[in-house]
Design a protein around this ligand. Structure first.
Ligand code: SF4
Ligand code: SF4
Length: 346
């Protein structure tokens, strides 16, 4: 069974406890943060295990590369503390079962695109930016063969991820692409952060979608016409697992001539879309989620954004309607990039 490698000594020597001190959802002083982290490390109950909204951000806040959020989730499961109501957990785990039927393996060379569980969004990866890129997972009937399973962090279930991930990795690797661009940021986080932390071998190289888009845009630089929009970026929870790729957001915006508005909830201080908070069993979660969404969208709007740019389809699904109602256009980053090189989007 795969278990997290967590560096307890690193925490013992840690003076800041940034993981919990910077948490936007728990208001802790340093002594409390130290005490609660100590309990979690020892596998004991802590209110953090009950109050965590699973925003992933402490993975980024830890300056030492330790994995506080993975530890929280693994401990939640060990202690049978579920953030979501049991029926929702049972149904969610059933929904994501991979390998009902056999995957179709097509051997590929060079770089390939992994749509993960979002094969129904193939129209988001059209045009010259994706031209010639073979797709590992374009059949929506078989999308669960490529579902990275990381969503179950929100369910307090590392065991579900660990039970299924090895075969999913083998399936992707069987296509024999030398490097894999992941459409969904959460897949990138799975293969570059989660799997190594749990000692799960990943035999292919992963490329973040934004790094890929940036490099393609540089190749097509002559065709870029500055868009001159003011935009806000909705950072997804999973990007906390690959903060080293977050600078590509600004690099892309710079290249295509859009201005990212100056607002409160950006970068490390970003607010998640709230999708996962909505279903949590803690009392008041629904209202808390509504409050977060309202604060976040008002912040975009007040800063003058015309477009809200999304990375994650789940964030888009959750926030597209309220963003539109607030008078901003919701757009995937890939579509914004296509507009910049003069392509029409559907
Ligand atoms: S997880 Fe990181 S930030 Fe938190 S106590 Fe340990 S070393 Fe410090
Ligand atoms: S995942 Fe988010 S809510 Fe939970 S402890 Fe970490 S920063 Fe706080």
């Amino acid at each position: 069974m795969h278990r997290l490698t967590f560096y307890k000594d690193m925490c013992a020597a840690c003076e800041t406890h940034d993981c919990l001190m910077k948490c936007q959802h728990l208001d802790l002083d340093l002594e409390t943060a130290r005490m609660e982290m100590d309990k979690i490390i020892k596998g004991e109950d802590s209110f953090v295990l009950h109050d965590c909204v699973t925003c992933y951000a402490c993975e980024e806040y830890c300056p030492n590369g330790n994995h506080p959020f993975y530890l929280i989730v693994q401990t939640q499961e060990d202690l049978h503390i579920s953030p979501l109501p049991d029926p929702l957990v049972t149904r969610g785990i059933q929904t994501g079962i991979p390998f009902r039927g056999e995957p179709e393996i097509k051997e590929m060379t060079g770089t390939a695109l992994n749509m993960g569980v979002f094969s129904n969004l193939m129209d988001r990866v059209g045009g010259r930016l994706f031209e010639g890129l073979p797709v590992i997972s374009e059949d929506p009937r078989k999308m669960f063969h490529y579902f990275c399973q990381l969503m179950y962090l929100h369910y307090g279930k590392t065991s579900v991820i660990n039970d299924r991930l090895v075969k999913i990795i083998e399936t992707i690797a069987a296509h024999k692409a030398e490097e894999v661009v992941h459409f969904h940021d959460e897949c990138y986080g799975t293969y570059m952060s989660y799997a190594p932390a749990f000692g799960i071998d990943v035999p292919f190289s992963s490329v973040h979608l934004f790094e890929y888009l940036y490099n393609k845009l540089v190749e097509l630089k002559e065709d870029i016409k500055p868009l001159n929009y003011k935009v806000a970026y909705q950072r997804p929870c999973s990007s906390r697992l690959s903060p080293d790729k977050h600078p590509f957001v600004a690099k892309i915006f710079d290249l295509i001539g859009v201005e990212e508005v100056d607002r409160t909830y950006v970068g490390e201080n970003a607010l998640c879309c709230g999708a996962t908070i909505l279903g949590q069993k803690k009392q008041g979660s629904r209202q808390y989620c509504a409050d977060i969404q309202e604060k976040n969208i008002a912040d975009m709007k007040n800063a003058g954004a015309q477009i809200c740019v999304f990375n994650c389809p789940a964030c888009m699904q959750t926030l597209a309607t309220p963003v539109s109602k607030a008078g901003m256009m919701p757009l995937f980053m890939s579509d914004l990039c296509r507009l910049a090189i003069g392509e029409k989007i559907g």
